[in-house]
Write a protein that binds this ligand. Structure first.
Ligand code: NCD
Length: 311
């Protein structure tokens, strides 16, 4: 049996806790150079139809730590440019004997589509504006490490929520595990269906990050934006840029996060991005360990199975 990681919305709080516990244990083992399981029979297809740095590298790193084979596929230079559909591409890769698929694609729901035609685990590495589950797991692990818990924390997600799969997956995950989520930004960038998302809406940075334990900035997704949502990037920066000064509204030991890639001087200034509160580099590193957890979980293996891999 295997399972898919398509989105956080439909994963139970219990499974999320298991995934985070696995991520913590994989991190401990990697950092202490303790033995790791070797899943040699698996061949992971890394299918990136959209650009990526962190997500692609960390899924590949995670697979290598677990002894899996990897095959990379970007769509460019493939038969997709000759008009082959996503369905036929997935069917072809299945018969190339891939056993697990990691996929990023600009179409919301594409991971679900892939799961329909692929028999092994499908891990969503970002489907359009929809979900980015492994990113949210890495972010949650980062918060957990620093704060010791998620329940009761105030997490302000600032910026382009409308176009952000990171915001959606984080909102589901953090609220399922007991945090209070706030969406902060200009009206045009907060989803028109906020009622569907768990969180309150704030139009000013001052009220939105008031007493926040975590301020999570989002990249302005220029590639997904239709003109007219912002009067100017400069105006956005003046109103919503997170700086040392604006962080005074937040809790004194507040964490500053950003999934990357960062537009320095727009979402964050240098002080906030590189200052003591910033955990942006931890987010990147933890991304590897939660992806190890995601592979392990998707292959239906448990913490007990991991513990059997002797020290
Ligand atoms: C994000 C993505 O691609 O969804 N980046 C990432 O995976 N770390 C966020 C973004 O592109 O803004």
């Amino acid at each position: 049996m295997s399972r898919n990681l398509l989105g956080i919305r439909h994963i139970s709080a219990e499974d999320l806790r298991d995934l985070l516990a696995l991520g913590t244990e994989f991190k401990r083992r990697v950092l202490q150079r303790e033995p790791l399981p070797r899943v040699r029979e698996e061949t992971v297809g890394l299918l990136f139809f959209e650009d990526s740095t962190r997500t692609r590298v960390s899924f590949e790193q995670a697979a290598k730590y677990l002894g899996m084979n990897t095959v990379s596929f970007t769509g460019r230079g493939s038969s997709m440019s000759k008009g082959e559909s996503l369905k036929d591409t997935i069917l072809t890769l299945r018969h190339e004997r891939l056993t697990t698929v990691v996929m990023r694609h600009r179409m919301p729901g594409s991971a679900q589509l892939a799961a329909r035609y692929f028999p092994g685990p499908v891990l969503n590495a970002g489907d359009g504006e929809h979900e980015h589950p492994a990113q949210a797991l890495g972010d949650a692990l980062t918060i957990l490490e620093r704060k010791g818990h998620l329940d009761g924390l105030i997490v302000a997600i600032v910026g382009d929520v409308e176009h952000s799969r990171v915001a959606r997956s984080n909102a589901w995950l953090l609220s399922k595990l007991g945090a209070e989520v706030r969406f902060v930004g200009p009206k045009t960038m907060l989803p028109s269906h906020t009622a569907m998302l768990p969180g309150s809406v704030h139009y000013t940075l001052e009220t939105g990050i008031h007493n926040a334990d975590v301020v999570m900035c989002l990249r302005l997704q220029k590639e997904r934006m239709l003109d007219g949502l912002l009067s100017s990037v400069g105006e956005y920066a003046r109103m919503y840029q997170v700086t040392r000064q604006s962080l005074e509204y937040a809790s004194p030991d507040c964490l500053v996060m950003h999934p990357g890639p960062l537009n320095r001087g727009i979402e964050l200034d240098d002080d906030a991005a590189d200052g003591d509160c910033s955990v942006i580099n931890d987010q990147v590193e933890n991304g590897i360990f939660v992806r190890m957890a995601a592979y392990w979980w998707a292959l239906d293996r448990t913490m007990d199975d991991l513990k059997k891999v002797a020290a």
